[in-house]
Design a binder for this molecule. Sequence first.
Ligand code: IPM
Ligand code: MN
Length: 346
Amino acid sequence: SRSINLAVIPGDGIGQEVVAEGLKVLSAVLPQETKLETKEFDFGAKRYHATGQTLTDEDLAELKGYDAILLGAIGDPSVPSGVLERGFLLKLRFAFDHHVNLRPSTLFPGVDSPLAGQPEIDFVVVREGTEGPYTGNGGTIRTGTPQEVATEVSLNTAYGIERVVRDAYARAQARPRKKLTLVHKNNVLVHAGRLWTRIFEQVGAEYPDVTTDYLHVDAATIFLVTQPERFDVIVTDNLFGDIITDLAAAVSGGIGVAASGNINPSREFPSMFEPVHGSAPDIAGQSKADPTATVLSVALLLRHLGYEAEADRIDAAVRADLAGRAGQPARSTVEIGDALAARVSG
Ligand code: IPM
Ligand code: MN
């Protein structure tokens, strides 16, 4: 019989509340014989204030032993901006080589989109997760003077591009429409742009059944709003991916339903699954947060570990739950979690 050894990081604010519901649905969907073991970790603002630590080498060594990580949200206004983002989230993504940052966008029936006419939206962004301008390369000279110069160097390796592009082709090939769009800015960022474009074309030769397309990132933001149905799988670099996935979430039901996976496909390190939304301190502790994004992240987690049928059941439960919301009074975090758990277990 199988087992899942899961590291759970509720984190700050609503992270606590949504993760509890995610775990509830996970327990409900797993077959009796699958053993679920969880251990909770206290990373986040509280620990930072108590110890000054965000994520130590010992923490990483311990986390490494888990099959996967479920994260709620990290961040609090009491911690200076950037400290937890870089010291926890990015550190973990880099340490565990989470090079595939997977962010699906589906506009589920019954969910409102700000776009007129409720377009069809069902695409997934494969955002590179370990390179680009996120590596901290660069610096300042003449610091603090009127002549100060700051550089932020985008790192792009052939190895790093190829592995994420290959992953995106494989995902496109497995989907009915088999279409992959490269998003970059290769008319201006010529060095990185040429490398991405060349590798995109080279790897594409191995996937003749996948239709390819290219868009500059600025044009992509227009089409994400005016013609979201033209997208199936998008592959792009770390920063472009950060920006367009927030836009994608906004047009397909909002961050309340946006899930993500920080994936290391080799499984050499545990992958981490998290809702795209943050800790929302303004509504924390009031059972107002929608746990749906976390529950959908649990489905991504299950798919990654090979529990396809269980992941399908969660997706179907979310779809049914969202479809039934119109005209109903708002429910609490716990009520939505209970409803989803009930749907997946029977
Ligand atoms: C995200 C976030 C992070 C990112 C921040 C918090 C570092 O915006 O997960 O998209 O830029 O990757
Ligand atoms: Mn972001």
